[in-house]
Design a protein around this ligand. Structure first.
Ligand code: NAG
Ligand code: NAG
Length: 309
C-alpha cells in the first residue's frame, strides 16, 4: 500500500501542528447534516446487507443452519427497521435542505447463513458504537433524540443477534463510542463504490487492521492475538519508540504494547474488555486521536462467561 511506510511518521508530523494556536488547527466544524449523512451511510449499508442476505438465503436454509421460524421473522423485522431508518434520515436531510447520500455498492463476502448472522451481529454492534460516538457532535436536540431512538433499536438488534449466536447479549456495563473515522474504517471494508453524486463527507478510513482468522477461540483477557496489517507494513518513525494497541472504551483507552510479528502485531488482550471490542494501533500511549491513530480499529470478540461461546 502506498501510504504504508510513513503512516506513523505522518502522525508525528501532525502532532507538531498541535503547537499552533487553537483556531488554526481546528478541523472545519462538522454539521448536523454531515452527521445525519454519516448515519445514513451506515443505515444504507445495513439495509442493503439484510435485503441481500434475505434474497440470498431462504427460510429453509436458515432452518437448516439451526435458525427457527421466529428467528427468520425477526430478521425480516430487523431488515424493515433498517429500511425505515434509511427512509427517516433521507426525509430528515431533504427537509433540512441537504442532499441525502444514496446507497453505495458493497461486497459483504457472505457465503452461508452462519456467516450472514455473525456479520449481522457485528454490524449492529458497530451501529451502536457509531451513534453513541456521534451523539456528542449533534447540535440539534431534535436530531439528538431521533438519533437516540435509532441507537436504542440498534442495541436491541445487537443483543438479539448476539444471543442468537450464543454470545453474551450485553457483555459489558458500558457500550463503546467510536469516532466517525473509526466507524468509517470498518464500513469502508464493505463498500466497493458510491455514486459520484453523493455529497462528500468529512470522513476518512484508516488502514485496515484485522484479527488473524487463525486465532484460537475463544479470546479472553490475557489471550495473545495477532492483528494483521493486510497489504502494508507499519514501522515506528524515527523519534517514536514503539507502536501501541489502544483498546477503546468510554472511560478512556487502555494501551498495550504492539509487538511486530510477520504480517502485523502481537497484542495481549487487556483486562476489562468483553464482548465486541475495538483496538487501534497508535504512535502514542497517552491519547487516541485521529492524529495518533495509525490503523484500525480491529474487531475482537472477547468472552467473559464460560457459558457463552
Ligand atoms: C449474497 O450472495 C452474494 C453471492 O454469493 C455474496 O457475494 C454476498 O456477499 C451475499 N450477501 C449477503 C448479505 O448475504
Ligand atoms: C508510555 O510510554 C512511555 C515512553 O515510551 C513510558 O515511559 C510509559 O511507561 C508508557 N506508559 C504506559 C501506560 O504504557
Amino acid at each position: 500500500m502506498k501510504f504504508s511506510q510513513s503512516i506513523i511518521a505522518v502522525s508525528t508530523a501532525v502532532g507538531i501542528v498541535t503547537a499552533a494556536p487553537l483556531t488554526e488547527r481546528q478541523a472545519p466544524a462538522i454539521t448536523d447534516a454531515d452527521i445525519l449523512n454519516y448515519a445514513l451511510t451506515l443505515e444504507h449499508l445495513e439495509d442493503k446487507f439484510y435485503r441481500e442476505g434475505l434474497a440470498n438465503f431462504t427460510q429453509a436454509q436458515f432452518a437448516a443452519a439451526g435458525y427457527d421460524a421466529t428467528f427468520y421473522a425477526n430478521i425480516m423485522r430487523v431488515s424493515s427497521d433498517e429500511t425505515a431508518h434509511v427512509d427517516f434520515l433521507t426525509t430528515a436531510l431533504t427537509a433540512a435542505g441537504a442532499t441525502p447520500v444514496a446507497e453505495c455498492t458493497y461486497a459483504f463476502g457472505i457465503t452461508d447463513v452462519d456467516m450472514f448472522v455473525a456479520t449481522a451481529s457485528v454490524l449492529e454492534g458497530v451501529g451502536v458504537s457509531a451513534y453513541l460516538g456521534a451523539a456528542a457532535d449533534i447540535l440539534s436536540k431534535d436530531y439528538l433524540t431521533a438519533a437516540g431512538s435509532i441507537l436504542t433499536v440498534e442495541a436491541r438488534h445487537s443483543s438479539y443477534l448476539r444471543s442468537s449466536i450464543k454470545e453474551s447479549p450485553f457483555a459489558q456495563p458500558f457500550d463503546t463510542p467510536l469516532t466517525i473515522d473509526e466507524v468509517y474504517t470498518i464500513a469502508a471494508a464493505f463498500i466497493t463504490s458510491c455514486p459520484a453524486s453523493n455529497p462528500k463527507l468529512p470522513v476518512k478510513a484508516f488502514p485496515a487492521l484485522t484479527l488473524d482468522p487463525s486465532t484460537p477461540m475463544p479470546i479472553k483477557s490475557g489471550s495473545v492475538v495477532t492483528l494483521l496489517t493486510p497489504g502494508y507494513t507499519l514501522q515506528p518513525a524515527s523519534g517514536v519508540a514503539t507502536i501501541y494497541a489502544a483498546f477503546i472504551s468510554v472511560t478512556g483507552p487502555t494501551f498495550v504494547a504492539a509487538t511486530p510479528v510477520s504480517g502485523g502485531f502481537s497484542v495481549t488482550i487487556p483486562k476489562g474488555f468483553y464482548g465486541q471490542s475495538y483496538s487501534v494501533l497508535t504512535s502514542c500511549n497517552e491519547t487516541v486521536t485521529d492524529d495518533t491513530t495509525a490503523a484500525g480499529p480491529a474487531l475482537i470478540e472477547v468472552r467473559q462467561f464460560p457459558q457463552y461461546r
